[in-house]
Design a protein around this ligand. Structure first.
Ligand code: ADE
Length: 227
């Protein structure tokens, strides 16, 4: 899987790409990340990439010229170009899977109050939000997209079965997990999990998933019922 990341802060990605499963995947080459510093494409002597909004208002806007140039310098046909934005479609597991299937994606990390609309009109295939809240830099969102997508890359996960059993498959949240010890501070592991009765355990876990989804995520539960 190849990621091309257009960012004002390439150093942001250094530590995550050396850490945990992403670090391992980067080292083995199953994920490759190209970091493109948008500031390198600024013609301003201070490498400024923000300017005030036409029409007034608070905050600054990511300028079109450096982003246009950065994208043109990298231009790849048939590679989806994503913009991180709180105004985008909210990332979900189905879309993560779809992106993983592309083999290569490019992400422009949105910054400031927003990006000049003409960047979106000319180049962006998908505006993607990581949820209904605002963060201060698209780099966080890009990293989340990269991590979620990477989990579908063959070899990234040591246990690929967990890709099918986990939260959001079938629109259900995951059942509770337990490991040793069998009891801690008076709290015991549910008896059924010690029974060795695989079918009963499967049914118990399914019931737990359904109950939790109904309680915590009624929106997801409705999708589950409709499927
Ligand atoms: N930038 C600011 N908030 C964001 C969000 N929720 N998702 C993606 N990018 C963002």
């Amino acid at each position: 899987m190849i990621f091309n990341i257009f960012t004002l802060f390439p150093e942001f990605f250094e530590s995550p790409l050396k850490t945990g499963l992403m670090g391992k995947a980067a080292e083995s080459g199953i994920i490759k990340t190209g970091l493109i510093d948008i500031r390198d494409f600024s013609d301003n002597k201070h490498k400024r990439c923000d300017d005030s909004p036409y029409g007034g208002g608070s905050g600054m806007v990511l300028m079109p010229e450096p982003v246009f140039r950065a994208i043109e310098a990298q231009k790849k046909n048939n590679v989806p170009l994503i913009l991180t934005s709180p105004g985008g479609r909210v990332l979900d597991q189905a879309f993560v899977k779809e992106l993983a299937g592309k083999g290569e994606i490019s992400i422009v990390c949105g910054n400031y109050e927003g990006v000049d609309q003409r960047i979106i009109d000319r180049y962006i295939d998908y505006e993607v939000s990581i949820g209904d809240y605002v963060i201060s830099g698209g780099e966080f969102a890009a990293l989340i997209i990269m991590n979620a997508v990477s989990r579908y890359v063959p070899g990234f996960m040591s246990n690929t079965a967990s890709l099918e059993e986990e939260s959001f498959e079938e629109n259900l949240l995951e059942y509770p997990h337990y490991t040793r010890p069998q009891e801690i501070n008076g709290m015991a592991v549910p008896e059924i999990l010690l029974s060795g009765h695989h079918e009963k355990i499967r049914l118990w876990r399914e019931a737990q998933s359904i109950e939790k989804t109904k309680r915590v995520r009624p929106d997801l539960y409705n999708k589950y019922l409709k499927k």
